[in-house]
Design a protein around this ligand. Structure first.
Ligand code: GZL
Length: 321
């Protein structure tokens, strides 16, 4: 009994001195400045850079202290970054997981330290989805299907297609492939004659396309690239092979970055399925809700739209990335 009253008398004295301090030093109870760790994949594409810029801009706008890590495309670097954020005691972590698997151990450490993890742009496979607060991403299967349906119309259901895949093991690469295959299932004349990874990089798209042109030559009349950067690299290879991209070879991709619109206006890229990278506002809304203990939907889908040469000229000026 004595201890409790002793404590309350001491606690009372402490509170009184804090109150005095508050009068002297201004708003004592202003919201605490959040510190958030952002473990980014890398800078492999224009889309990725746009996503990084969106997260950094939103952090600055909200007065968040952002700790940024570029993993150069390596999962082990992302895991190291998440571990470092945990050791620094950040309030929350934003993670763009380069591949779908291998995250459970480090996410369990975050959970043990009561640090919410918000996933952006790519999903993961885990046995326990309480290991992350929410995922904010596009529907990559739908993107693949939209690309397939647009291409089927363009080529009247008949094409020998080469597919430039994204990073092996990455959710967008797995699901854009799945969606495209589903989209051409009902089109017996649409055949994928080759499929190889260009790692979401322009240089990768160019190199793979050069090799496939050597191997398949005039047999190829369509390209499906999992992102615009690889499509733009493939377009370079098609031109260097003396062919006209956009007419001799129809090119369809995903992302909707500025370079893709410029290429469509130039009549080279035929179509791109938008995958919005401007995830900063949604990511920090989720961080704030998670910190406030609010239950979050496990996935927030960002809606996508299809753009082609018919619309590119009208919308290019309004594009934000
Ligand atoms: C999609 C994102 C993909 C983009 C690529 O959400 O993960 O990674 O489509 C980027 O441009 O490299």
């Amino acid at each position: 009994m004595k201890t409790r009253s002793f404590l309350s008398r001491r606690a009372f004295t402490g509170l009184a001195s804090v109150a005095v301090l508050a009068m002297a030093s201004g708003p004592l109870f202003a919201a605490k400045k959040l510190t958030v760790g952002f473990a980014q994949v890398g800078a492999e594409s224009a889309w990725r850079t746009a996503e990084t810029d969106s997260i950094k801009a939103e952090a600055a706008k909200r007065g968040v202290n952002l700790k940024f890590s570029d993993a150069q495309g390596k999962q082990e670097n992302q895991i190291k970054a998440v571990r470092s954020f945990i050791a620094q005691g950040v309030d929350a972590i934003i993670l763009a997981p380069v591949v779908e698997t291998g995250w459970e151990p480090v996410l369990r450490e975050a959970k043990r330290n009561k640090i919410p993890v918000v996933l952006v742009d790519r999903g993961i496979k885990v046995s326990d989805d309480s290991l992350y607060a929410t995922l904010i991403a596009s529907d990559f299967i739908a993107e693949g299907k939209m690309a397939a349906e647009w291409l089927a119309k363009k080529v009247n259901g008949k094409a020998n297609i080469v597919e430039l895949q994204g990073t092996p093991g990455a959710a967008p690469a797995i699901d854009r492939k799945k969606g495209f295959e589903e989209g051409i299932k009902s089109q017996p004349g649409m055949k994928i004659i080759a499929s190889q990874s260009g790692d979401f990089r322009r240089s990768g798209g160019k190199e793979v396309m050069e090799a496939l042109l050597k191997k398949h030559g005039n047999e190829i009349n369509a390209v499906y690239a999992h992102n615009d950067d690889m499509a733009l690299g493939a377009i370079q290879a098609i031109e260097e092979a003396g062919k006209k991209p956009g007419t001799d070879v129809v090119v369809v991709s995903v992302d909707g970055v500025k370079g893709a619109f410029e290429s469509m206006v130039a009549g080279k890229l035929n179509c791109t399925v938008e995958c919005n990278p401007l995830l900063g506002p949604l990511a920090f809304d989720a961080v704030e809700k998670a910190k406030a203990g609010q239950k979050l939907a496990k996935k927030t889908i960002v809606e996508d739209k299809v753009y082609d040469q018919a619309t590119a000229k009208d919308v290019i000026a309004s594009r934000q990335y």
